[in-house]
Design a protein around this ligand. Structure first.
Ligand SMILES: Nc1ncnc2c1ncn2[C@@H]1O[C@H](COP(=O)(O)OP(=O)(O)O)[C@@H](O)[C@H]1O
Ligand SMILES: [Mg+2]
Length: 259
């Protein structure tokens, strides 16, 4: 399999100034990893280890201090204007909290149309067909289009957020703790939806979670992060059966088993 995404020696730092003292947090510390076309790559690790920062660097929400991120072999840090314009068609993200990631004042139809209005010059009919298709794909009725986010449950809202992420037909979907805010019974539905979408849409997925049970079920490969570093990486079965690093063993032993 080819590499869709390649991260090379990535360093991301946050600088803050408090009481005239500058402090620097190195959230991602020299991380290198590759995500292959068509796989689900999971990033695991405790809260604060840098998972979200890494995903934000891939989606250009934060700027790396050093290192490189290649998408289909091209550095996203050296994009031309045209490549930058194209990038949202390649990479999209779903966030943890479906309550805050959807604008409460917009109807679902508007929420799903917005990425098309911003990023394409498609005809009205074509946009409507894409929106209809995305709603179908996430298992929501067309009647959702005229409703507002508050009229949906958490699981349904996450389906809407996934539909929005699919609107531009991206190659890579980054899902950052997409089920952590949901009830356990709903979690399984969303996880299965991601699995189905991977097949039907030929998606590559970067799945971020602190929940190893979910990762074990979903991922092809797993990377373990610890204090900004990628300390171990392997195929899912190997990570769970033959963890190499002590920290990975601790992480595995502290994961509750599925009831
Ligand atoms: N906007 C920010 N400003 C300053 N520090 C931040 C910011 N976002 C995250 N951090 C810090 O960076 C580190 C990594 O955070 P994050 O990437 O959110 O980790 P994770 O997603 O694994 O919980 C943490 O120490 C966190 O406090
Ligand atoms: Mg996070």
């Amino acid at each position: 399999m080819e590499n869709l995404l390649e991260i090379k020696n990535l360093v991301v730092e946050y600088t803050s100034i408090k009481n005239e003292t500058k402090s620097v947090v190195r959230a991602v510390d020299d991380v290198s990893l590759c995500i292959k076309t068509g796989e689900i790559y999971a990033l695991a690790g405790e809260s604060g280890c840098g998972k979200s920062t890494l995903s934000k660097a891939i989606t250009k929400l934060v700027k790396p201090k050093s290192g490189d991120i290649l998408f289909e072999g091209k550095s996203i840090l050296k994009h031309t204007k045209e490549e930058a314009r194209q990038y949202p068609h390649n990479v999209q993200m779903v966030f943890q909290n479906p309550y805050s990631s959807l604008n409460p004042k917009m109807k679902i139809g508007e929420i799903l149309r917005e990425p098309l209005d911003i990023n394409t010059k498609f005809s009205k009919n074509r946009k409507s067909a894409i929106i209809k298709n995305a709603l179908d794909d996430v298992g929501l009725a067309q009647s959702a289009l005229d409703l507002y986010p508050h009229e949906f449950s958490g699981g349904q809202r996450q389906r809407i957020a996934i539909a929005r992420a699919l609107i531009l037909n991206p190659k890579l979907l980054i899902a950052d703790e997409p089920v952590s805010a949901l009830d356990a019974s709903i979690q399984a539905q969303i996880i299965n939806l991601l699995k189905e979408l991977k097949e039907s849409r030929e998606l590559t997925i970067l799945f971020i979670s602190h929940d190893l049970n979910v990762i074990r079920y979903l991922a092809d490969r797993v990377g373990i992060m610890y204090f900004g570093k990628l300390i171990e990486e392997n195929y899912t079965t190997n990570i769970f059966n033959f963890p190499r690093e002590d920290y990975t063993k601790i992480l595995l032993s502290s994961a509750p088993t599925l009831a």
